[in-house]
Ligand binder design. Structure first.
Ligand code: 2AM
Ligand code: CA
Ligand code: CA
Ligand code: CA
Length: 280
C-alpha cells in the first residue's frame, strides 16, 4: 500500500522522465499523424511519453488502473465510455502525456505532462510538469499546492475588469471553438485581457500559481483537467463546470478561477450561451 506522498513521488519521476523527452523532441517529432481530423494531432512522442508513465505505474503500482489519452479512441463518446469503465477503480492514474500537442508539433515550447491520481473517483494527487521551464506543480488533497516545493496560492483580483482570463480553442472547429468565441465576445468589453497558450493543464497550473485569474474552456477530457483541478482547489481557488456545478471527473466544460470572480464569470457564460451544454 503506497501513501499519497509515495504516489506523488512516483508521478513526479514519471512526469520528469516524459518531460525530458518532450523538451528534446519539441518541433522535431519524426512522425505526426492525424487522429479524427486535420486539427487533432498525435505524434510518436505522445505515445512514448504515455508509455513512460505506464511503465512507472506498472512497476510501482501494478494493481492500479490507468486512463491515458493515447489509450482511448478519439471522440467524446469513446472518452466517456473509457471513463465510465474506470472511474470507480480503487486507484486510477489519469494521464495526459503531452498537453499541448499542437504547440509541440509546431515547436512552440508550451506543453506539459499532466498526471492525476484518483482514489475511488476523487482526485487525491495532481502533478503537472513543464520541462521547458523546469516547473513542477504538485498537490495532494487537503495538503496545499506547490510550485517546485514552494506553496502556491491563487491571485487576488476580485472583479472581471481586473481579471486576466485564459481560454482555449479545441479541435472541434465547428462546435467547440464557436462556443469559446461566444464566451470571448461576451467578456471582451469587460475583462482586463485574454491569454491562450494551447494547453488546458498549463492554464490550470497558472491559475493555481496566481499567474492567471481564471480559465474556462468547453469540450475537454478528464486527462486535461484532473491534475490541474486539484492544483487550483488546493491553491485556494474554485473549479466547477460552466454552469457552476462542482468539479468531478466527468466534467468536460470547465471554469477554474481564484474563486473571487467565479460567479461573475459563470453568469456571463450562461447568459451568452457559451457553456458548451447548448449543443449537447
Ligand atoms: P492535447 O494537446 O493533449 O490534445 C487546447 O484547447 C486543449 O484542447 C489542449 O489541452 C488539448 O489537449 C485539448 N484537445 C486537443 N484535442 C482535443 C479533442 N479532440 N477533444 C478535446 N480536447 C482536445
Ligand atoms: Ca490530443
Ligand atoms: Ca490534453
Ligand atoms: Ca495530450
Amino acid at each position: 500500500m503506497n501513501s499519497r506522498q509515495e504516489l506523488e513521488q512516483i508521478a513526479i519521476r514519471a512526469a520528469k522522465e516524459a518531460g525530458c523527452l518532450i523538451r528534446q523532441k519539441c518541433g522535431r517529432a519524426a512522425r505526426m499523424e492525424l487522429k479524427a481530423s486535420e486539427y487533432d494531432l498525435v505524434t510518436e512522442v505522445d505515445k512514448a511519453c504515455e508509455e513512460i508513465v505506464r511503465r512507472h505505474v506498472a512497476e510501482h503500482c501494478p494493481t492500479h488502473q490507468i486512463l491515458g489519452e493515447e489509450g482511448v479512441a478519439p471522440g467524446a463518446e469513446a472518452s466517456a465510455k473509457a471513463l465510465a469503465e474506470s472511474r470507480e477503480a480503487e486507484f486510477l492514474w489519469i494521464i495526459d502525456p503531452i498537453d499541448g500537442t499542437t504547440n509541440f508539433v509546431h515547436g512552440l515550447p508550451y506543453s506539459v505532462v499532466s498526471i492525476g491520481i484518483a482514489h475511488r473517483g476523487e482526485v487525491v494527487v495532481g502533478v503537472i510538469y513543464d520541462a521547458f521551464r523546469d516547473e513542477l506543480f504538485t498537490a495532494r488533497l487537503g495538503e496545499g499546492a506547490y510550485l517546485n516545493g514552494e506553496r502556491m496560492t491563487v491571485s487576488e483580483e476580485a472583479t472581471l475588469p481586473q481579471a486576466l482570463l485564459a481560454t482555449g480553442f479545441p479541435v472541434d472547429v465547428r462546435r467547440a471553438r464557436a462556443i469559446n468565441m461566444r464566451g470571448m465576445n461576451a467578456l471582451a468589453s469587460t475583462v482586463r485581457n485574454f491569454r491562450a497558450v494551447g494547453s488546458a493543464a498549463m492554464h490550470l497550473a497558472y491559475v493555481a500559481a496566481g499567474r492567471l485569474t481564471g480559465f474556462w474552456e468547453a469540450d475537454l477530457n478528464a486527462w486535461d483537467l484532473s491534475a490541474g483541478s486539484l492544483l487550483v482547489q488546493e491553491a485556494g481557488g474554485r473549479v466547477t463546470d460552466t454552469r457552476g456545478t462542482d468539479y468531478d471527473l466527468g466534467v468536460r466544460h470547465i471554469v477554474a478561477t481564484n474563486g473571487r470572480v467565479h460567479e461573475e464569470l459563470v453568469k456571463v457564460l450562461v447568459e451568452s450561451q457559451a457553456t458548451g451544454y447548448e449543443t449537447e
